[in-house]
Design a protein around this ligand. Structure first.
Ligand SMILES: [Zn+2]
Length: 151
């Protein structure tokens, strides 16, 4: 799924759970579970480094939504810290994928195979194309996460 979806899910976990270690662990586990749902991707292993501006936009959108919610609420410092921990931990699995693809961290091969197993559709299949149909689950999960952040 896109980073914004993962970050919002992690933030929702952080807002609702007090133990920061549990927040980090759950955020990573939920990342893999969310990856099992059908979702489009705007990058693949053949993407050029110059296409990674999409990642910057994705990160900016995710953090903007989270910051907007944080600043317009009266969360405690602990909650804010856990929201940040959750939103970071939830995208950590994809950071490792990036390091493997683009920085050539070959020792991550085992991890890459593990991460890939959670994707039900093979790379370059139509179920992983970047279009609105394949974004339906991202939108649904993001809306649920925002509701969990607000209530
Ligand atoms: Zn992933």
């Amino acid at each position: 799924m896109i980073l914004t979806t993962h970050m919002l899910a992690g933030a929702a976990i952080g807002k609702n759970i007090e133990n920061p270690w549990l927040v980090a662990a759950l955020s990573i586990i939920i990342h893999f579970i969310l990856d099992t749902f059908r979702h489009g991707e705007y990058l693949n292993q053949n993407s050029k480094l110059k296409e990674f501006w999409r990642v910057a936009i994705d990160l900016a959108v995710g953090y903007s939504i989270i910051m907007f919610i944080v600043f317009s609420s009266d969360f405690s410092d602990i909650k804010i810290k856990n929201i940040l921990i959750g939103s970071f931990a939830s995208i950590f699995p994809d950071l490792l994928t990036f390091l493997y693809w683009k920085v050539n961290f070959k020792f991550l091969q085992f991890y890459i195979n593990f991460h890939q197993k959670f994707h039900r559709y093979p790379p370059f299949s139509k179920e992983r194309e970047w279009n609105l149909r394949n974004a339906a689950n991202d939108i649904l999960v993001s809306v649920i996460a925002v509701i969990l952040l607000l209530i």
